[in-house]
Design a protein around this ligand. Structure first.
Ligand SMILES: [Cu+2]
Length: 467
């Protein structure tokens, strides 16, 4: 009996900040009573397990509320409520509980993200606290799935039955807010929402992203040197993890991360004065930080110099990032972060703007012959340096690592993990230009964006029929 309990707990707590898609073995003759361990913890639940019974695979998310009383002698903080599988998520109704206080743990189960198609199974939810308890309280939900979509539907996964009607586009289209005429010193307010969403990473591959505002990269923020920047971070109530924001444009401890640690359903605000012009990465800085970044929690903030950047014809933001999916590249299905692959720095995918092909096809970046194009190029990492290159162009100007002074006539520029740069070039010849990481083996992993340049041929500069 103990063996089963210990095994289950270990499976949940060894994961750190995130957790894996993990199959529980079918329990055979084990009875629910054998699994109860709540009496050993200071969280006294009125019930420690719940049976959803038979649920339709297409039926959407079901949930159950577990009531408890906190019996400890000191206040306790709930740090997280990880589920043993991505189908099972949970949230507590409060962050801190006083001795004797009552609470509710809401557990949600998504039958279409369930790992095992046939049989009756349970999934567990563990409550992680500060201070840490010797025996972490654990809740079980049982379920048996009615395969009304057919067994193959599990292979392709999906958030719920309505997702096929409402596909989530994770890719940021690279658009950048226009320069405005506001004076330096203005107070600018931004609201960002941390959102955990399942969306398409590659053809037939659905990934469990963590994002700002539902796109990767998150919202592009544009301010001026000397501005007061007010950031409000909301953590969507449907999320399962704490999140935060650390902006590299900040002068102050943690870059805002200490001030903005928010649990699901909470929001926090802080402000900073933008002292240094440049292009900066922002990212989540909640433990385990690289896991939050590898799931997509990054974006760019531009601090223009007081006088503003020079006028150009087109501006776009392109941000490279790695995805360490459990599923191997090319295999279809629903997947999420492999921490092991992340620590090995061996991503399955390396992409621009959140997914394979984000800036290709109908979503190619656009320009006209003669345009001056400015790209804000970021690297969310989490482990690789980008060797940023546009095939068939030379960067007239590069702001190395986003700083000053500028350099001219550069072919390939390095963008460090957690860094950014600005490149500018005039497009002289029409055609489709490939934007790559010139560590070109990464092309097969998805590192390709396209820039389409329309206009008249310019045979003086480029003539493929030249004799
Ligand atoms: Cu986060």
């Amino acid at each position: 009996m103990n063996k089963i309990i210990i095994g289950t707990v270990v499976a949940v707590v060894t994961i750190g900040g995130g957790w894996f898609l993990m199959s529980q073995k079918q329990l055979g003759t084990t009875t629910p009573e054998m699994m109860t361990n709540s009496e050993k913890t200071v969280f006294e639940f009125s019930e420690t397990e719940f049976d959803f019974g038979i649920i339709k695979q297409s039926g959407g998310i079901v949930s159950h509320k577990f009531a408890f009383t906190y019996k400890g002698t000191e206040p306790i903080r709930v740090k997280g409520t990880p589920g043993s599988c991505m189908c099972t998520t949970a949230s507590a109704d409060k962050e801190i509980y006083q001795p004797g206080e009552k609470g509710i743990l809401t557990v949600k189960f998504n039958p279409n993200l369930h790992g095992e198609p046939v049989g009756k199974f349970f999934k567990t939810v563990t409550i992680l606290t500060e201070p840490q308890l010797d025996i972490e309280p654990e809740i079980k939900v049982w379920q048996e799935i009615d395969l009304d979509l057919g067994e193959e539907a599990f292979e392709l996964g999906g958030d719920n039955h309505s997702q096929s009607d409402n596909i989530i586009e994770i890719a940021n289209d690279g658009s950048v807010p226009k320069q405005d005429n506001l004076r330096s010193g203005t107070t600018r307010k931004f609201r960002l929402t941390a959102k955990e969403v399942v969306a398409t990473l590659a053809d037939g591959v659905e990934y469990n992203y963590w994002t700002y505002d539902g796109t990767v990269p998150g919202t592009f923020m544009r301010v001026k040197e000397g501005d007061v920047v007010e950031i409000t971070l909301t953590n969507d109530e449907n999320n399962n993890n704490k999140h935060s924001i650390d902006l590299h444009a900040v002068n102050g401890p943690g870059g805002g991360a200490v001030a903005t640690q928010v649990y699901p359903g909470q929001e926090k605000t802080f402000s900073f004065r933008a002292l240094n012009p440049g292009i900066y990465v922002y990212h989540c800085a909640t433990s385990v930080v690289p896991e939050h970044m590898a799931n997509g929690m990054y974006g760019l903030i531009l601090v223009e110099p007081k006088e503003g950047l020079s006028k150009v014809d087109r501006e776009y933001a392109v941000v490279q990032g790695e995805f360490y999916s459990i599923l191997e590249r090319g295999k279809k299905g629903t997947t999420q972060l492999s921490a092991e692959k992340m620590y090995d720095e061996n991503p399955e995918y390396i992409v621009f703007n959140g997914r394979v092909g984000a800036l290709t096809g109908e979503r190619m970046l656009q320009a006209k012959v003669g345009d001056k194009v400015r790209l804000f190029v970021g690297n969310g990492g989490v482990g690789k340096v980008s060797n940023f290159h546009v095939i068939g162009e030379i960067f007239d100007t590069v702001y190395p690592e986003g700083g000053t002074p500028v350099q001219n006539n550069i072919q390939t520029t390095v963008v460090p993990a957690g860094g950014a740069t600005i490149v500018e070039f005039v497009v002289d010849v029409p055609g489709v230009y490939k934007i790559v990481d010139h560590a070109l083996s990464r092309l097969t992993k998805g590192a390709l964006a396209l820039l389409k340049v329309d206009g008249k041929e310019n045979l003086e500069i480029f003539n493929i029929n030249y004799k």
